[in-house]
Design a protein. Structure first.
Length: 333
């Protein structure tokens, strides 16, 4: 396998369009996927399944998107009156539903065809919301919730006023800000930071490039923390998606923050990426090829054994900067 990449520029922000689909009345849901099922289908085999590795138990088991990468009541909010609401699940569903068309177009693309600017913008919106709903970032989102309504900062685009437009008393603000409901709701507010606080946000996707497996094999795995950020801006709500690697599907990666070089990446990049996904995962990793997943786990275990896990992510991003190598068919390695 060898990897190909491409990049296409955005000419204008006029392509941008985003709407939140209103929730309709329905029975309250319980099983909340932090990685949407439609997204996970890009990593399954012909039968619609994949193998999941549980880091906490070191077990590998077969399953499917419906039964993986979810938590019960993850997006259920307890209301002040003692009731419960899953409006967050409805909000995420609205974002997802308008993202699947662009995502599927990108998944069906090839390395020598352009990807439309609007499709990349819609994908950026999807990633912005996905980033803050991941289990690895939930605690951080709750910490950021304390910065709302606190003067000039990166989250001051969200205002709190009384019905008459007057300033809300500090004790009321504090009561809202520290409530469990608002802490959880913050996950759906923080994602708007790039759009409100960075007037050139769309420039960041100019340098997006998409890396394709040369043999169309599904060598790119997915984990419960699939947005592999470099580590420089992970806690920054405005700039957290400036430099990262994200699996679009089992055979396409999105690389952000590294300009297009027309270089062919070696098969070792797919291996290093897989080790990085395992390292960044809190608990679960999935791959449609059990033997390949087992091989990646062994590689990661060696890093753990020799106390070298700290070099995994830096080495991954370093490979994006290295000089071009001779393409290698992964099947022959």
């Amino acid at each position: 396998m060898f990897l190909r990449q491409k990049s296409w520029c955005i000419d204008s922000s006029k392509y941008w369009s985003a709407r939140l689909t209103p929730m309709t009345k329905k029975t309250s849901s319980k099983k909340h996927h932090y990685l949407p099922r439609h997204y996970l289908k890009g990593f399954t085999d012909k039968e619609g399944g994949f193998f999941v590795y549980d880091k906490s138990t070191t077990k590998i088991f077969p399953t499917a998107p419906d039964a993986a990468f979810f938590e019960n009541d993850l997006n259920t909010v307890e209301l002040p009156d003692g009731g419960f609401s899953d409006f967050l699940e409805g909000l995420y569903t609205g974002i997802e539903n308008q993202s699947w068309g662009p995502l599927d177009k990108i998944r069906g693309s090839s390395f020598d065809a352009p990807i439309e600017p609007l499709d990349k913008m819609q994908l950026f919106l999807f990633l912005s919301f996905l980033y803050w709903r991941l289990p690895s970032n939930i605690k951080l989102a709750e910490e950021l919730s304390r910065e709302f309504f606190d003067g000039d900062n990166d989250l001051d685009y969200f205002k709190l006023l009384s019905k008459t437009g007057e300033t809300v008393p500090k004790e009321v603000v504090e009561r809202i800000r520290t409530s469990p409901a608002f802490k959880k709701t913050a996950r759906s507010i923080v994602p708007f930071a790039p759009f409100f606080k960075d007037k050139d946000w769309w420039h960041s996707i100019d340098d997006w490039r998409f890396v394709y497996s040369g043999d169309q094999g599904k060598w790119f795995i997915v984990g419960d923390n699939p947005i592999v950020a470099h580590g420089n801006n992970d806690h920054d709500p405005v700039n957290c998606l400036k430099e990262f690697i994200f699996p679009i599907s089992g055979n396409i990666l999105l690389v952000a923050g590294h300009k297009h070089t027309d270089k062919t990446l070696p098969p070792g990049f797919a291996v290093q990426y897989g080790i990085g996904i395992i390292e960044r995962a809190q608990r679960f990793v999935a791959c449609q090829n059990k033997a390949f997943l087992e091989a990646l786990i062994k590689h990661h275990d060696l890093h753990v054994q020799y106390d070298k896990t700290n070099i995994i992510i830096p080495e991954l991003f370093k490979m994006l900067e290295e000089k071009e190598r001779v393409p290698v068919d992964f099947k022959r390695v």
